[in-house]
Design a protein around this ligand. Structure first.
Ligand code: ADP
Ligand code: 5GP
Length: 194
């Protein structure tokens, strides 16, 4: 993971899978905050509703390993067994050169790694589900993973929930509308003061 030329700010949203970070990030992208989404690379196949280059750069396992070898990532991780995800340096350069703020939707370890790299130019937000049961319900309700994959994500979530205090802000996603409004306020405050 090599040096990064920092010419802008970024907002990191991390949470256990199913907590609602993608939903909140989509809301923020629609608000007038000058944010642009960092499209991660991953090795898994697209879900039916996902588009290559918009939701992720779907590289496949071989393509992902090649990108690691090329030094294309500022951070990458094997989030689940043989399932790689990573943040492309080219995404930050693209967004910062357009004068916008980068917004990330990454897992908890990835979020803390980006915060470590970007420091004060980054605001790291942990999205907390109101309870573990609510998280489980949301993950099942999304109907995007098999039962086996849901069990893996829930086991990982238990560990991830213990990392909340390492983030700059903890945002409880109970009522979606309220959480989105609070997210807007948090981001706005960071952009006007930091
Ligand atoms: P993540 O990106 O953290 O994995 P998603 O944004 O995909 O989570 O949300 C998981 C599921 O929970 C989705 O089906 C989403 O519509 C739903 N969801 C998000 N926020 C809430 C909320 N506050 N109350 C109820 N359901 C929610
Ligand atoms: P999903 O397969 O549900 O889209 O994502 C699985 C997990 O990978 C989520 O927690 C998501 O936030 C995380 N993720 C997505 N992009 C990145 C990335 O670039 N780096 C890291 N470390 N995690 C990521």
């Amino acid at each position: 993971m090599s040096e990064l030329q920092q010419t802008g700010k970024c907002i990191i949203f991390s949470a256990p899978s199913g907590a609602g970070k993608t939903t909140i990030v989509h809301h923020l992208l629609g608000a007038d905050l000058g944010l642009a989404f960092s499209v991660s690379a991953c090795s898994r196949d697209p879900r039916p509703n996902e588009t290559d280059g918009k939701d992720y750069h779907f590289l496949g396992v071989e393509g992902f390993k090649q990108a690691i070898a090329n030094g294309d990532f500022i951070e990458w991780e094997e989030v689940y067994a043989n399932n790689f995800y990573g943040t492309l340096r080219s995404e930050l350069e693209r967004i910062w050169s357009a004068g916008k703020t980068v917004i990330f939707d990454v897992d908890v370890v990835g979020g803390l790694n980006i915060k470590r790299i970007v420091g004060d130019n980054a605001l790291a937000v942990f999205v907390q589900p109101p309870s573990f049961e609510a998280l489980e319900e949301r993950l099942r309700g999304r109907s995007t993973e098999s039962e086996e994959k849901i069990a893996i994500r829930l086991a990982k979530a238990k560990q991830e929930l213990t990392s909340a205090s390492q983030f700059d802000v903890v945002l409880v996603n109970d009522q979606l509308e309220r959480a989105c409004a609070e997210a807007e306020e948090i981001v706005h405050q960071f952009l006007v003061t930091a």
